[in-house]
Design a protein around this ligand. Structure first.
Ligand code: CP
Ligand code: NVA
Length: 301
């Protein structure tokens, strides 16, 4: 794996990344292989988990992270991404970028000669998927499970579809009409699923979708960049909430996941977030271990 733009880049490394993440978490791997390595972290959007997990993770591995807000970089004043890529490649060993447009990250990769990690775009959030798969493995032991994504077929959902297809996990996306996952990714996930045996579906009836579910997962109804549609989205998604009733319709030992940040009372209720079935806080912690595994794989010589 040279870069992590999409889950497709990590197809052959999924189990390896999860294995490294578990070993980093348990302390079995505890060296500092990234001494004298520098990670630039470019943010065009807000972040709590991605920023802090990469910043702390890089330091725990012996390296140095640099937080670079796009507002303070010359990109914010119109310096081309291509020039930024060429110059930063001379200073840094790796860049993690959270960008408004997926194409921005693709362009950075085209012109940089260091590894580039996608820290969320409008299309994918692969770093989140690795933390999610690690959490499922820890809680449920394997991926021979039914995973139901409730809500917006967005960036988080798109990467999860590929993660499910690669690990052989069944995945149903329960979403309103018009909010299905990216068509190209969905098609690819269906093709990959043929090889691994995953059953991947989209279902508009959320109650039907959660039957026999082992994992219920959701994300905000209004993602960063969708703010202008907030009112309409709150109306369209109102039945796609993970609450105690919906959870009771899944398997009795089902776990609940959320990438966070959450808006309590919209996509998820407070009681579910804090219930014994919630894996949300371990899932958030696993961002650290998963992001370290990605850095370890990309940067350790
Ligand atoms: N889940 C996630 O990426 O969180 P942040 O937006 O806080 O980084
Ligand atoms: N779908 C959300 C995820 C936040 C981590 C967004 O893009 O805002």
């Amino acid at each position: 794996m040279e870069n992590l733009l999409s889950m497709t880049d990590a197809k052959e490394e999924v189990q390896n990344i999860l294995d490294i993440a578990s070993r980093l978490k348990s302390g079995e791997i505890n060296d500092k292989p990234l001494t004298d390595k520098y990670l630039g972290m470019i943010f065009e959007k807000s972040s709590t988990r991605t920023r802090v997990s990469f910043e702390v993770g890089m330091q725990q591995l012996g390296g140095t992270p640099l937080y670079l807000s796009s507002n303070d970089l010359q990109i914010g004043r119109g310096e081309p991404i291509s020039d930024t890529a060429r110059v930063l490649s001379r200073f840094l060993d790796c860049i993690m970028i959270r960008a408004k447009r997926h194409d921005t990250v693709a362009e950075l990769i085209e012109h940089a000669d260091i590894p580039i990690i996608n820290g969320l775009t409008d299309k994918e959030h692969p770093c989140q998927t690795f933390a999610d798969l690690l959490t499922i493995k820890e809680y449920l032991g394997d991926f021979n499970k039914k995973f139901v994504f409730v809500g917006d077929g967005n960036n988080v959902c798109n990467s999860l579809l590929l993660g499910a297809a690669y690990t052989g996990m069944d995945m149903t996306v329960a979403c309103p009409e018009g909010y299905e996952p990216n068509a190209e990714i969905y098609k690819l996930a269906l093709e990959e699923a043929k090889e691994t045996g995953s059953v991947i579906t989209v279902e508009h009836d959320v109650h039907k979708a959660v039957e026999n579910a082992d994992i219920l997962y959701t994300d905000v109804w209004v993602s960063m960049g969708d703010e202008e549609e907030a009112e309409e989205r709150q109306r369209v998604f109102k039945d796609y909430q993970i609450n105690a009733q919906l959870l009771s319709e899944a398997n009795s030992n089902a776990i609940v996941m959320h990438c966070l940040p959450a808006i309590r009372g919209q996509e998820i209720t407070d009681d579910v977030m804090t219930s014994p079935q919630s894996a949300i806080w371990d899932q958030a912690e696993n961002r650290l271990h998963a992001q370290k595994a990605i850095l370890y794989l990309l940067l350790k010589e």
